[in-house]
Design a protein around this ligand. Sequence first.
Ligand code: UD1
Ligand code: UDP
Length: 364
Amino acid sequence: MKIITVIGARPQFIKAAAVSRKLRRVCDEIIIHTGQHYDNNMSDIFFKQLGIPEPDYNLNVGSGSHAKQTADMLCGIEGILLKEKPEYLLVYGDTNSTLSGALAASKIHIPVIHIEAGLRSFNMRMPEEQNRILTDHLSSLLFCSTDTSVNNLFNENIRENVFLSGDVMCDAVLHYSNNMKDSYLSEVISSLNGIYRKDNDIKRYYLATIHRAENTDDINKISEILGAFEKLDFPVIMSVHPRIRKMVDELNSEKNYKNIYFVEPVGYLEMLCLTKNAEKAVTDSGGLQKEAYILDTPCVTVREQTEWTETLDGNLNILAHPDEKDILDKILSTKIDFSKKKDHYGKGNAADIICDIINKHWSE
Ligand code: UD1
Ligand code: UDP
């Protein structure tokens, strides 16, 4: 059995780290990297650090408008599918790389496997919501992280070949955070690449990432968010996604933030360590919300809705508007009830479940 996996953005490399090695026990896997993310610290670092197999193809599409990026990926993927003739095409999540892979394959009748299927925000303005709905409706095997996702698919009449597998990012968190020594934190903090200054004496801190279009399309929202960070009781370590780098430069030169330590994106192991030890995570990242939940770090999500609704129980995760006062209130005044926490994302064996089901489907 030959399977082509399409990946291209940071969270997909981490998902592939959990799945690829196991998938290779049941099939010949060919990896296409679309090139959606291409900076060393957004791409290569994950392949090296997590031992992800080298991509067989790199389309090098780079950045661009949604249409241009998606179209370039579609053409590139189609050519490889026609040449390689795989039995399945596998995609993760909801990026433009996900949709391009699913569309290219389904048009030429190659069955699509979607991992992290059924996720919904019910906000059709999000490019991710468009990508995930289309991908789910084009897929032949759908692996869901949670019951909520299974129900979402059921409500859209997708009821066959839908499997509750658990979450492959949970596999990665449990695998890579296991045996992480306490002393690793000071090593990580001193290795951070500060954008404007070098601070390596940080002990208690909040961890932040912001990159979603809904927040980054308006510099006033970023200004509100950073305004809240500036007033917090502990410093904020903020991993700056390249999408907001220019805005951060502009705002920092005007406001000269003292409480925010802006750093270049870090590797996955460093990120897990920073998440595990943070007072709270403050983010709009899907992956970080889940990782914080799994690692018992409370989270404030700067969004109007979340797909990962299970994390909201007991206020382990809480939504905030991109508004300075609301963010400060949510970070400083929320009561958290850890007794509400459950293993919503599985036990760390989602990749095994997925690979067994794919193998069985193929053998039948
Ligand atoms: C994409 C996904 C988003 C996911 C995120 C993970 C889509 C529509 N969005 O958003 O769902 O949460 O990845 O991080 O697919 N850039 C660089 N270097 C890079 C990559 C990007 O400088 O290596 C800059 C470019 O200016 C680019 C911008 O970041 O235009 C946005 O990148 P893009 O991949 O289009 O979207 P993300 O915001 O990363
Ligand atoms: N991440 C990382 N380094 C960073 C920031 C994030 O390794 O500097 C990891 C994070 O731990 C999570 C994933 O990247 O596993 C999330 O990716 P991102 O926030 O870019 O996308 P999303 O999950 O929102 O789609």
